[in-house]
Design a protein around this ligand. Structure first.
Ligand SMILES: [Fe+2]
Length: 241
């Protein structure tokens, strides 16, 4: 069954609307307890990682701005490209491209409402994923600003790819890590000494992450700018439906 249709059916009946959770955290109000039960059962039956059509339906439902969608699509291109390189050059077929795609497309879903709510957009977006039943996407959205763990050991993960992809895109333009952080230091770091230190820490972590992602690949990180320029990445076609 196409997950896009499934999403339409479920959300049509459950009519989820944003509301504030007691204690300040973001949550979602639902109408109709029985539809929630159906929703949860469907999630149990199907491994609900939303396909691209469903991701765009979710973004439209939540009235996400066009420029955020464009940014997210560029993040998807970077993250998917690196995932494919790992599959091609390392024979690493463990990365789930559907999960990478969904995490990238939905990572900034709460960017604007979180500003008004005064909460972290990564946390609010993760809560939205969990409430929609996309529990596998939730950690990718929550960790897209800062990963829980920056270990050099272990296999490359989908969360690392989405986090790194987000650090390679300024607005909707794919750039080098240096260009991205030059912009972040000016836009965010200049707000306060704390903000500057925060950006600096993320920069240091991301340089380490970049080493991990590329140490076994034949391309250099900055090569991605040229590789992906004017080249439509084949992001469609890996979903079965
Ligand atoms: Fe982003």
């Amino acid at each position: 069954m196409c997950l896009g249709i499934l999403y339409d059916i479920v959300t049509c009946f459950s009519r989820r609307e944003p509301s504030a959770r007691a204690g300040g955290g973001p949550s979602y109000r639902t109408w109709g307890g029985e539809t929630d039960v159906i929703h949860n059962r469907l999630i149990t039956w199907y491994r609900m990682i939303p396909d691209r059509d469903t991701c765009f339906a979710i973004l439209a439902d939540h009235k996400v701005d066009e420029h955020i969608i464009a940014h997210s699509m560029s993040v998807e291109r970077v993250a998917l490209h690196i995932a494919r390189l790992h599959a091609e050059q390392n024979g690493d077929g463990s990365l789930d491209l559907s999960l990478v795609s969904a995490g990238a497309l939905l990572h900034d879903i709460a960017k604007v409402p979180a500003i008004y709510a005064g909460v972290k957009h990564s946390d609010m977006g993760a809560d939205m994923m969990r409430d929609l039943g996309f529990v596998e996407v939730e950690p990718l959205v929550r960790q897209h600003v800062l990963l829980d763990d920056y270990t050099q050991n272990g296999a490359v993960t989908e969360a690392e790819l989405v986090n790194y992809g987000d650090k390679r895109v300024t607005h909707d333009r794919i750039v080098t890590l240096k260009e991205r952080f030059d912009d972040l230091y000016i836009r965010y770091g200049s707000r306060s000494p704390w903000a500057m230190e925060h950006v600096r820490q993320i920069h240091v972590h991301t340089l380490e992450l970049e080493k991990k992602l590329f140490r076994s690949l034949s391309v250099r990180p900055d090569d991605l700018v040229d590789i992906l320029r004017d080249k439509e990445e084949e992001v469609i076609g890996f979903h079965s439906g």
